[in-house]
Design a protein around this ligand. Sequence first.
Ligand code: ADP
Ligand code: UDP
Length: 242
Amino acid sequence: MPVVHDRSVKYKRILLKLSGEALMGEHDFGIDPKVLDRMAQEVGQLIGIGVQVGLVIGGGNLFRGAALHEAGMDRVTGDHMGMLATVMNGLAMRDALERAGIRSRVMSAIPMSGVVEHYDRRTAIRYLTASDVVIFSAGTGNPFFTTDSAACLRGIEIDADVVIKATKVDGVYDKDPVKHADAVKYDSLSYDAVLDQKLGVMDLTAICLVRDHNMPVRVFDMTKPGALLNLVTGGKEGTVIE
Ligand SMILES: Nc1ncnc2c1ncn2[C@@H]1O[C@H](COP(=O)(O)OP(=O)(O)O)[C@@H](O)[C@H]1O
Ligand SMILES: O=c1ccn([C@@H]2O[C@H](COP(=O)(O)OP(=O)(O)O)[C@@H](O)[C@H]2O)c(=O)[nH]1
């Protein structure tokens, strides 16, 4: 895809985190190809204006370690299944991107020879510089972490300008807006405010990491068409944590 620099770009290199659950679309489990195709188009628009895109995709649409543990499974085994789920989502996203004509790579924190490349930071940066989308899968490679933490970790490692969390709500609220109709949205807030109020939009380990490395985080609604492009080109979308 040709790179056209015809819009002002606020963030030159981004780490975009997509929630696994959002990939389900209207379904209760799995991947809705329509959602994948739409996300691929939106990522393609960013590549088209010269933005370098790293992706971390969750696995909650398939397996979550904590939920498997609640059902009786060993926690670490459940987390391994959750991380493998993120590799499956990564493969599906690569497929959608390639079908849309966007070059992409899947790297895994857990070696999986013959299926995807093993994560290597310097190689990832080379791919990004060449305008390939890099999908960082298998989370951090360690149990007891989340893909939010993986997104913040990879964002810091690749020296991204921002970590963008694409989710089903349109920002950070003073309480969970899915459970409380009177929740109030923040346009911006500090890392410490998220930590002090224990706001559940992102796990607190991830927030500590971005705080320690001054990495700004944007939270926005991935179901809103065009929102991602608007955000990356300086538009007002969602909430800024910095
Ligand atoms: N203070 C808050 N502001 C915004 N969303 C919140 C807040 N507290 C909890 N949430 C929940 O966090 C979810 C976003 O996180 P995400 O990682 O995408 O979902 P999940 O954790 O279900 O995979 C939202 O769907 C929302 O219900
Ligand atoms: O570094 C990591 C990232 C993820 N996971 C496991 O993978 C699952 C899926 O990730 P997550 O819940 O973050 O997905 P999302 O909520 O974004 O869909 C988690 O529940 C964990 O079990 C893990 O063990 N280590």
